[in-house]
Design a protein around this ligand. Structure first.
Ligand SMILES: *Cc1c(COP(=O)(O)O)cnc(C)c1O
Length: 359
């Protein structure tokens, strides 16, 4: 044992252990360069190799078509709530939003400052515990794009299918990117903060169809224009060099584990273990049901706030940490991203069984 715990944090989150070991080995002297990656010029040949390799790996793993840019940015997923409207809501200015939780509320609040958003459907009536049913006639054919949050980190829902929106679909995939295959060609733009499934905080990935870039107004600030980053291969200014390198190591780890199809099978087993325990439990219950259940974030409750707190404290004592739910939902939440080993989920379920027996 190296003293590590099973970390169910929603983000920043668990990293694959082999990645951390590899980063430690390469910390002082990256492949005979004589320096750490964090000491390197982003214009050096060695670093150019790192960023190109990282992009190539992501393209292979996600099967990203050639008519899409992959951008390595900063500012988190949250900056995309501004950057995307500034660059894309430039035709009619109308944007359709499917309201499925706190992250779409944040996006909507920014959209109100920058465009003309409209809520197509919402699941707020039942604390965002489901994804609203969507049909083609609900969407505005004039909308510049449709904004969705593919996996709702806080509430534990995820879109079961691509909505028939007929307009460019912009998806926040911060907490589910690379957890299961997605057909990138069906999206206009996919974006994700790295700190859940891709690496450490500080890096944001934007995958955007090339024809959607270049629609920004003349006076857009340079750093907020997708075109700036697209035409400079994300090297207009200093990118988050070390986070990109670590993201590359995570992608290598995923490739060596068999890629997205292989990790999806593992993710289904992990989530299945926890959901089937919850569905049979007399003490705990899941807050989301049916096909909208997330593979990555699983909220659950006992129905009694004191018992919840007791459970979280006892689990922490047993090395199962960061299980407290988001303040807006209460109870517990297990975030079981790609890097969470199956063993970690098995240990959690065993612990919950034992806790249930005592109550
Ligand atoms: C974590 C998260 C965000 C916020 O990401 P930041 O990188 O902190 O801005 C946005 N959307 C979703 C779905 C998230 O899970």
């Amino acid at each position: 044992m190296n003293g590590r715990v099973y970390n169910f944090s929603s983000g920043p989150a668990v990293m694959p252990e082999p990645v951390l070991e590899r980063a430690a080995e390469e910390m002082l002297n990256y492949r005979s360069s004589g320096m750490s990656v964090m000491e390197m010029s982003h214009r050096s040949a060695v670093y150019d190799g790192i960023i190109k390799h990282t992009e190539q790996l992501l393209r292979e793993l996600m099967n990203i078509p050639d008519d899409y840019y992959v951008l390595f940015l900063q500012g988190g997923a949250s900056l995309q709530f501004d950057m995307i409207p500034m660059n894309l809501a430039t035709g009619s200015g109308k944007v359709d939003v499917v309201m499925t939780g706190m992250w779409t509320k944040r996006a909507y609040a920014e959209l109100k400052k920058l465009a003309e958003p409209r809520i197509v459907a919402s699941s707020e009536d039942r604390t965002f515990t489901y994804i609203p049913g969507l049909s083609a006639d609900m969407f505005d054919p004039e909308a510049d794009y449709v904004h969705v949050c593919w996996n709702n980190t806080i509430y534990g829902t995820r879109f079961p299918e691509i909505p028939p929106c007929g307009r460019p679909l912009v998806a926040d995939m911060s907490s589910c990117i690379l957890s299961e295959p997605v057909d990138v060609s069906r999206f206009g733009c996919i974006f994700a903060g790295a700190q859940k499934n891709l690496g450490p905080a500080g890096l944001t990935i934007v995958i955007i169809r090339k024809d959607l870039v270049g629609k920004q107004p003349e006076n857009i600030p340079t750093m907020l224009s997708f075109e700036t980053h697209a035409t400079n291969q994300s090297l207009y200014n200093t990118p988050p060099t070390y986070s990109i390198y670590l993201c590359g190591l995570v992608l290598e780890w995923l490739r060596d584990a068999g890629g997205v199809e292989a990790i999806e099978r593992i993710n289904r087993r992990k989530a299945g273990m926890l959901y089937s325990f919850l569905d049979g439990s007399r003490l705990f219950r899941a807050t989301v049901h049916g096909r909208d259940r997330s593979l990555m974030n699983i909220p659950f409750v006992t129905g009694n706030a004191e018992t919840d707190a007791e459970f979280v404290a006892a689990a922490t004592g047993a090395g199962l940490v960061n299980l407290k739910g988001h303040r807006s939902v209460g109870g517990m939440r297990a975030s079981i991203y790609n890097a969470m080993p199956e063993e970690g989920v098995a240990r959690l379920v065993e612990f919950m069984e034992a806790f249930e027996k005592k109550h």
